[in-house]
Design a protein around this ligand. Structure first.
Ligand code: 3PG
Length: 320
């Protein structure tokens, strides 16, 4: 997997649990709990003596899982982690020696930054994915928004003080590549073998990350005349008529199609924070994208995509 593919996968999974494990013999069960929860990815921190062995065991048991090392505060530790099987290196701060070691060994490295000067330093090493740490204490989402101005090319893995409640604010930030944190894999849960709870917390985070909510309902009508008649009826409820080329919107809630469009009965549009990420999420649930309906913005991010499957007789699409 190239560095680009790795970062794309981080974006799609969207969550990187930060693991502190004391007993390496629990590594496989922990990895399985995260995979079952929909997060096949982990940053195993070198905050315990068990980290190295845990990385080795996780990567051996689940080679498809993206296992990297965190709290890698010097080049020696980076080497240790990579020898154990770590596929990426994360550090809390910016240590040029660690970064240089990773670059010269072609290992993706995500050093921690919390200020514009540190970001410039990262850029001078050719790094455009950086860890924003400690996120909440360094200004959180407000800081990330401000950083997107001068550093529009930089994406952040953001960690520190994030939990299920403030997760949506971060999920909405376009410059957040992935959200990290320990709340899904707290050490006491691992120590007490609460692997079902870890799976539950991962699933909860994955759902919350998508931010799926109803955008509008589309109703198929045979022609423009039928759509306009239906519009008059809906207008009796006080909904405003917004005439478009292929449909009439009633407020932003009901879309009256001027022909029999996709879906047996019509379609349902769901909003989400990041259409590409939610496509990945739904593909894992067995849905397939109707490629002919995909539209993208100038940056190449998907704006709209229908799926081939119906929900109770309705086609459905995602929209940001
Ligand atoms: C990290 O190293 O990224 C942090 O320890 C994770 O922060 P959290 O424990 O507040 O989630």
């Amino acid at each position: 997997m190239t560095k680009e593919e790795l970062f794309k996968t981080f974006h799609d999974i969207g969550l990187v649990p930060v693991v502190k494990i004391d007993d390496a013999s629990k590594a496989e069960r922990l990895a399985k709990a995260m995979i079952d929860g929909g997060i096949p990815c982990a940053e195993v921190t070198f905050r315990t003596d068990a980290a190295e062995e845990a990385i080795r065991r996780m990567t051996k048991a689940y080679p498809e899982m993206l296992v990297g090392a965190g709290t890698v505060i010097n080049a020696k530790l980076a080497e240790k982690a990579v020898n154990a099987g770590a596929r990426f290196i994360v550090s809390p701060g910016f240590n040029p020696e660690t970064v240089q070691w990773c670059l010269s060994h072609n290992i993706p490295v995500v050093p921690g930054v919390a200020t514009p000067s540190e970001i410039e330093r990262g850029l001078s090493y050719g790094l455009d994915v950086l860890k924003f740490f400690p996120s909440e204490a360094s200004g959180g989402v407000a800081m990330l928004k401000d950083l997107s101005g001068p550093f529009s090319q930089v994406k952040f893995m953001t960690t520190g003080g994030i939990n299920i409640n403030n997760l949506p604010e971060y999920a909405k930030c376009p410059n957040v590549l992935a959200i990290g944190g320990s709340w899904m894999v707290k050490s006491d849960l691992i120590a007490n073998d609460k692997f079902d709870e870890i799976t539950r917390l991962c699933k909860e985070a994955v759902i919350k990350l998508q931010g799926i909510s109803l955008a509008h309902i589309g109703i198929n009508l045979p022609d423009a005349k039928a759509a306009s008649e239906a519009a008059s009826d809906f207008a009796k409820l006080g909904l405003e008529i917004n005439e478009g080329n292929s449909s009439i919107f009633m407020n932003k809630d009901v879309e009256l199609m001027k022909k029999m469009y996709l879906g047996t009965n019509g379609h349902i549009a769901f909003r989400c924070y990041d259409v590409d990420r939610t496509i990945y999420f739904l593909k894992n649930k067995g849905f397939t994208v109707n490629e002919s309906t995909v539209s993208k913005d100038a940056k190449g991010n998907t704006k709209v995509a229908y799926f081939n499957e119906e929900l109770a007789g309705f086609a459905f699409h995602l929209v940001k």
